[in-house]
Write a protein of this length. Structure first.
Length: 131
């Protein structure tokens, strides 16, 4: 995972939001975020864009964990529950993989409220390898 960790260090937006990659290997990944005040919208709940970004980081890590550069080509999110604080965890699972496309399901959960959002992403797998 060393090459992947170094690759993901280039994700300035994820670092800006304080999203942490916990693990990534074999088409799976876990990313987490401790909710801070700057993650909240005007309703004092976590902004939908923050939840999308958390899931997208898990997608990025899972889809690139095979060592082949993968980029998003489609994504969809459904918000199940609003949260205002605590630890959020995005868990990515590979659903389908071939030489050019990968499909991933990501669940965002909170220990306090359970399932917060579900996300599905599709990636295009380029020919280049991650160094």
């Amino acid at each position: 995972m060393a090459g992947l960790e170094q690759f993901l260090q280039g994700d300035n937006f994820a670092r800006h939001l304080a999203i942490e990659l916990v693990e990534a290997a074999g088409g799976t990944a876990i990313a987490r975020l401790e909710v801070a005040e700057y993650h909240l919208n005007s309703h004092k709940t976590v902004h939908g864009a923050v939840l999308f970004a958390l899931a997208d980081v898990a997608l990025e890590a899972a889809s690139n964990s095979h060592g082949v550069v993968a980029v998003s080509i489609n994504a969809n999110i459904s918000y199940m529950k609003a949260v205002s604080s605590g630890l959020l965890t995005a868990t990515a699972t590979e659903v389908s993989l071939n030489s050019t496309l990968g499909v991933y399901d990501i669940q965002i959960t909170s220990p306090e409220t359970g399932l917060v959002a579900v996300f599905q992403g599709m990636v295009y797998r380029k020919k280049q390898r991650i160094e």
